[in-house]
Design a protein around this ligand. Structure first.
Ligand code: SAM
Length: 294
């Protein structure tokens, strides 16, 4: 390894290996050391931390993480990059490169087998934009025992993750994130620090995982079905959208009664509800024998 950071050698490394970046894989690589350091600082890791990186690319962030962490495990889908990464990090025994799809690999198994001896596990990633939401949903729903998730994502998605009820960005992803974590935007990042330059600006968001969910729910799968149904048709009233997206086999009047029992005006719109209100609806529906399956 030379003394020059990978971030500053991105173009020459790609050229040396004849790699042309693929838009279809969301390949926009970070070249700015300040931004990389902001991500690493936001992870705020202990000396014995493990970090799971999704999509290491050519390894710019991986390199910075490996200087701080006890162990870095990086999952990369592109088979052209995997041998290059293994070569770049061959003198760093604390870096493990896994060739795989972050949507399909067994994350539980990776966290359990690759992070032996670490005292906390974090995720850090400049996520491929085309799969930001499904990857984030996996990281949250699979209860991997993570402490923090620090991700670079499209600015518009960052706004959704941190949105509060009653705002235009508030949606099912905002509820999911708030249920599992506290979200904070730590930086806005202009498009020009990436190679190649993406169409949109980005943001770094830090999610600090809660020890237990923000609200107690009686039936978690039903809770998330209710949330998704509530946002399915944003311009409809809550009773209409719940009726058509979740409870179409029941009478409309029944749906309205259940909402009233939960203390919620059926004419409200889903986007005005907070977590406690979604939990209250879930409790009434669960009590009425409604299940998450349709
Ligand atoms: N971490 C690097 C950086 O910051 O410069 C690269 C980030 S780039 C936005 C996203 C990376 O994720 C690419 O290297 C791409 O090949 C990889 N990728 C895309 N889809 C993936 C998937 N489903 N699983 C794992 N990696 C994926």
């Amino acid at each position: 390894m030379t003394d020059r950071p990978i971030a500053h050698r991105t173009r020459e490394l790609l050229a040396a290996h004849g790699i042309r970046l693929k838009k279809s894989l969301g390949q926009n690589f970070l070249t700015d050391m300040h931004v990389l350091d902001k991500i690493v600082r936001a992870v705020d890791m202990s000396d014995r931390a493990g970090v799971l990186e999704i999509g290491p690319g050519i390894g710019a962030l991986t390199e910075r993480l490996a200087e701080r962490a006890q162990k870095v495990v990086a999952v990369e889908l592109d088979d052209r990059l995997v041998p290059v990464l293994r070569e770049l990090f061959k003198s760093r025994p604390n870096v493990e490169i896994i060739h795989g799809d972050a949507l399909k690999v067994d994350l539980q198994a990776i966290v359990q087998s690759s992070f032996e001896g670490v005292d906390e596990v974090h995720v850090a990633a400049n996520l491929p934009y085309y799969v930001t939401s499904p990857i984030l949903v996996r990281l949250l729903e699979e209860r991997l025992g993570l402490k923090r998730i620090v991700i670079m994502i499209q600015k518009e998605v960052a706004d959704r993750l941190t949105a509060r009820p009653g705002t235009k960005d508030y949606g099912s992803l905002s509820v999911l994130v708030r249920y599992f974590a506290e979200a904070e935007e730590v930086a806005r990042v202009p498009a020009h620090v990436f190679v190649p330059r993406p169409q949109v600006d980005s943001a770094v968001v830090k999610l600090t995982l809660r020890e237990r969910p923000a609200v107690a729910v009686v039936n978690e799968p039903l809770f998330f079905r209710v949330v998704r149904a509530a946002f399915a048709q944003r311009r409809k009233t809550l009773s209409n959208t719940l009726h058509s997206a979740l409870l179409s086999s029941r009478e409309k009047r029944e749906v309205e009664d259940w909402l009233k029992q939960a203390g919620i005006d059926p004419k409200r719109r889903g986007e005005t509800l907070d977590l406690e209100e979604f939990a209250a609806i879930t409790e009434v529906l669960d009590h009425a024998g409604i299940t998450a399956e349709r």
